[in-house]
Design a protein around this ligand. Structure first.
Ligand SMILES: [Zn+2]
Length: 912
């Protein structure tokens, strides 16, 4: 913290100590504070003001609670303009307008028809009525803990056969972490009506959702704060009468040691949306009770946040939306820029963008606004893997006129209509349908005795940020014991399907990256142009991909000789199409710096422009340069498993197993049988099973690219159909290699390469020059980048004879998470005119005893390699000579024995 900020802090503390409920008599304003640079935004965050989520590149909207807040702005050197001069009066005016509006209509376009803001009592009454009137469809939920002031916190769960304890995934929709954000309760509650009324009306889409997912709605997470805000403050206000500023209360009522003191002063309390454990105590949350974003005395110090934690740690919430107001945003983790993109960024961004296409909001990572820590989805996502979002509803007010609440839900706002979107109604449908989409979570399937209880548990430590003190000095991280504990009951059929979140927490998962395929490009020196003060210039440059070069990052930087000067820069890329416009690749605008730089990951070739703006430079000299760095390799990270147990209806534990599962994977499990002697001998646990291991090898993650891949001859035409299904969005490369011609082994001859494939396609069976390829043995190699940055590779053997392609047995096993990691033959063919030997290679994830035998077509063993104990993570190589072997197929059998259990894998090669 700089000295100026420290001084202001000291002043604020003095003011706090001296002036008791000074705010109570003052008028609260909404003001737009100019923050021309990111550094000024950082400084603004240290002033202890009530910042809203409405912020742009050069401003942040702030609630000013009284003269001392205005003073703090002046002392900090900030300019501001008042947007709403008297927030309390504004609320009163809005409510008066609402009454006039409501008088003129029978019902609104909302599912419930509601025509005005509800009170806390009304919300709870409606939740109770929804449950009472819709047995079997709606269940009332009372959250485990009461609020600071002892209020019950209610919600509803909605699903077809809601009382069943089945394995459907959960969409959790909630509102009012922040007391003054009334529309957030309205939208969450209306979503409950949407699902109930749609079911009753026979709406096919709603009925499908109520059968495939469960919906949990908690409209008011923070009832104490909401009650104060919604009623304009306490009835027994010491000054008498209504204190309108209370309508703008943000926090809860943790006013240690006496929660009732909450009624004395609207700025009391803890900010529940800074109190969650994940990353708690870092940037963008205050250590001071008086401040608007006070994080609380400890992570999860508040019953309101512990309630939300209890839901996500006992129910498989695969999608979560926490509603707030305002500023038209769909925010996703991380809240802190330094955290870097999450391991699920492509999936996460796609879902956020799809919702934003409905409500017209801006979809972006949370830190794009400013750094925040201790927020809802930063905890729930990093601890459980469920995809959580913050919606900031509305353009300009915390609780605008009610008809705007209706328009935001119904998609009749200007921005939603321009996009053709359906508002938050349709955005929530996108979230609900994504909840039902198995590609977005994980699925466990198997058989178990009907009525048995299946349980999934995981224990771990959640880490906070390096906890900052009131002056912003970083201390140690704190560890918090966390436990996830989910259960379901096996249905009468004995077959179960359980939608779960991935077993590895995103907090510890390996981060994607890639290994370089060349050296970085040489720097490009740009020709600088003079910029007059207050003006800007554009400097064009071209970026091309060159052979042998691999650029993971391109950095465009402007350096000026004196720190007093202030250039800001932006980089644009021209779209390839004519008149396609340009893409903003990012900007840099430090407050006091001699260098401004923009780094663009995975730069695309094309025409770029650097825009240099002279903010406060006295001279006009600077140097501009483009430099390159190689890509970052994937980080190690670790992988985690769930403990899965199976209990009979009488409570007896029948069995258990460790389960490793990644996003998009459907995994067969057998938790009820392990205690009764295992699955009996030579069953192959199947790739990716990885039972009994706490820390799974990273190899398992490499399998997360493809769900399946296959190559099939398309008859007499000589064509081949190449099909695949992916768990990732990255493009697929398919290479066709020729392996033999007649009796000759030709090695790996690449005959065709297909890149950037996203769907099945047909290869016409011809080489690059259009010639039909000759008869012989081939294989198709499918490759895609898995989330850990490594390639997931599948090889499929093909034989071409008489001009058409047909299937062949595999010579290559896909990487596995079981005891056997890799197993491959050097080629699908050996012998031939050059007597090529056959190479056999394998590698284990865990030490085990291994035996390799080779059999001929008649299943007669022709070679046995002595069984031996083999260590983990060392590639073992064997060689088979073709001498004395007749032509035909040979099967290489590899048996791995570990813990009394043997698994056998078989690969095949043809002796030519
Ligand atoms: Zn909020």
């Amino acid at each position: 913290m700089n000295p100026k900020a420290l001084l202001i802090l000291a002043l604020a503390l003095v003011a706090l100590a001296a002036a008791p409920p000074a705010h109570a008599a003052e008028v609260a304003k909404l003001a737009r504070v100019e923050t021309p640079t990111p550094a000024s935004k950082d400084l603004l965050q240290t002033l202890g003001l009530d910042l809203t989520e409405s912020a742009g590149r050069t401003y942040v909207d702030v609630v000013l609670w009284g003269d001392e807040d205005v003073l703090a702005l002046h002392k900090g050197g900030f300019d501001h303009t008042v947007l709403i001069a008297d927030l309390g009066a504004r609320t009163r005016e809005n409510l008066a307008k609402d009454r006039v509006w409501a008088a003129g209509i029978e019902r609104s376009a909302l599912p419930s028809g509601s025509t005005g803001y509800r009170t806390l009592a009304k919300i709870n009454e409606e939740l109770r009525a929804l449950a009472k009137d819709n047995p079997g469809l709606v269940r009332l939920i009372t959250l485990p803990e009461k609020s600071q002031q002892g209020r019950e916190i209610l919600g509803v769960e909605i699903a077809n056969d809601v009382e069943a304890k089945d394995g459907r995934p959960v969409f959790f929709n909630m509102g009012v972490h922040h007391a003054r954000e009334w529309p957030s309760a309205e939208h969450a509650l209306e979503w409950a009506y949407e699902m109930v009324k749609g079911e009753r009306a026979g709406d096919a889409r709603v009925k499908r959702l109520n059968r495939s997912i469960r919906t949990i709605v908690v409209p008011v997470v923070n009832p104490d704060g909401f009650q104060i805000s919604r009623t304009f403050g306490p009835v027994d206000n010491p000054d008498g009468g209504i204190v309108e500023a209370f309508a703008y209360k943000r926090k809860n009522c943790n006013v240690s040691p006496s929660p009732s003191a909450c009624e004395a002063e609207p700025t009391q309390g803890t900010d529940p949306n800074r109190n969650y454990a994940g990353l708690w105590g870092g940037n963008g949350a205050s250590a001071l009770q008086a401040e608007a974003d006070y994080r609380g005395p400890a992570p999860f110090s508040e019953p309101e946040t512990r309630n939300v934690r209890s839901i996500v740690s006992t129910r498989h919430v695969t999608t979560l939306i926490t509603n707030h107001t305002y500023s038209n945003l769909v925010l996703r983790p991380p809240g802190v820029a330094a955290q870097g993109p999450s391991v699920d960024e492509p999936t996460y961004k796609a879902l956020g963008d799809a919702m934003a296409a409905e409500n017209g909001y801006t979809s972006q990572p949370s830190y794009d606004l400013y750094d925040t820590t201790g927020t809802t989805e930063d905890y729930t996502y990093y601890a459980t893997g469920g995809l959580g979002f913050t919606f900031e509803i509305g353009a300009s007010e915390f609780h605008p006129e009610y008809k705007e609440v209706v328009a935001e839900y119904d998609g009749t706002t200007k921005i939603a209509q321009e996009l053709g979107g359906g508002g938050n109604r349709e955005a929530y449908f996108v979230a609900a349908e994504s909840t039902a989409d198995r590609a977005k979570h994980s699925v466990l399937q198997g058989k178990a005795p009907a009525g048995a209880t299946l349980r999934l548990t995981k224990e771990f430590d959640t880490l906070t940020s390096k906890v900052q003190d009131a002056a912003g000095n970083e201390g140690a991280e704190r560890k918090l014991q966390d436990k996830l504990d989910y259960s379901m009951t096996v249905p009468p059929s004995g077959s179960f399907t359980w939608s779960v979140n991935p077993s590895t927490r995103p907090a510890v998962a390996p981060k994607a990256g890639r290994f370089p395929t060349g050296t970085p490009s040489d720097p490009i020196e740009l020709q600088e142009k003079p910029v007059p003060p207050g003006g800007s210039v554009r400097i064009p440059f071209k970026y091309e991909e060159k052979a042998g070069r691999d650029d993971g990052f391109m950095t465009v930087a402007v350096t000026n000789p004196a720190p007093a000067e202030d250039y800001d820069i932006k980089v644009f890329r021209k779209r390839a199409e004519a008149d396609g416009g340009e893409i903003d690749e990012g900007g840099a605008a430090s407050f006091v710096a001699t260098r401004e730089a923009v780094t663009i990951p995975e730069p695309e070739p094309g025409d770029y422009e650097l825009e240099v703006t002279n903010f406060a430079a006295t001279g006009t000299t600077y140097t501009a340069r483009v430099t390159f760095e190689g890509p970052k390799p994937p980080t190690e990270g670790k992988t985690e498993t769930y403990r899965m147990t199976c209990e009979a209806p009488d409570g007896k534990v029948l069995g258990s197993q460790d389960v490793f599962v990644v996003r998009g994977e459907v995994k067969a499990v057998d938790p009820c049988r392990t205690a009764t002697g295992g699955a009996g001998g030579a069953t192959n646990p199947g790739p990716g099973q990885g039972q009994g291991q706490q820390n799974q090898p990273q190899a398992c993650q490499s399998r997360a690219g493809f769900i399946s891949a296959s190559a099939k001859g398309a008859g007499r035409s000589g064509a081949v159909d190449l099909t695949f299904r992916r768990r990732v969005t990255q493009p697929v490369t398919v290479d066709i290699f020729q392996q033999s011609r007649g009796r000759k082994v030709v090695g790996e001859r690449l005959v065709r390469r297909f890149t950037n494939k996203s769907a099945a396609f047909r290869w016409n069976g011809r080489d690059k020059r259009g010639r039909k390829v000759p008869n012989g043995v081939y294989f198709a190699r499918f490759r895609v980048q898995a989330p850990n940055g490594q390639a997931d590779t599948v090889r499929v053997t093909l034989g071409r004879s008489k001009g058409r392609f047909g299937p062949r047995r595999a010579f290559f096993a896909r990487e596995s998470c079981g005891t056997l990691k890799t197993f491959k033959l050097s080629r699908p063919v050996f012998g031939g005119t050059r007597s090529n030997k056959l190479g056999i290679a394998y590698r284990l994830n865990q030490a085990a005893r291994v035996e390799v035998t080779v059999t001929n077509r008649r299943e007669r063993t022709i070679r046995r390699f002595a069984a031996k104990q083999v260590a983990a993570n060392q590639t073992q190589r064997l060689t088979l000579s073709p001498k004395g072997l007749a032509r035909g197929d040979y099967r290489v059998k590899l048996s791995v024995t570990q813990g009394g259990k043997t698994t056998t894998s078989v690969l095949t090669a043809n002796r030519l």
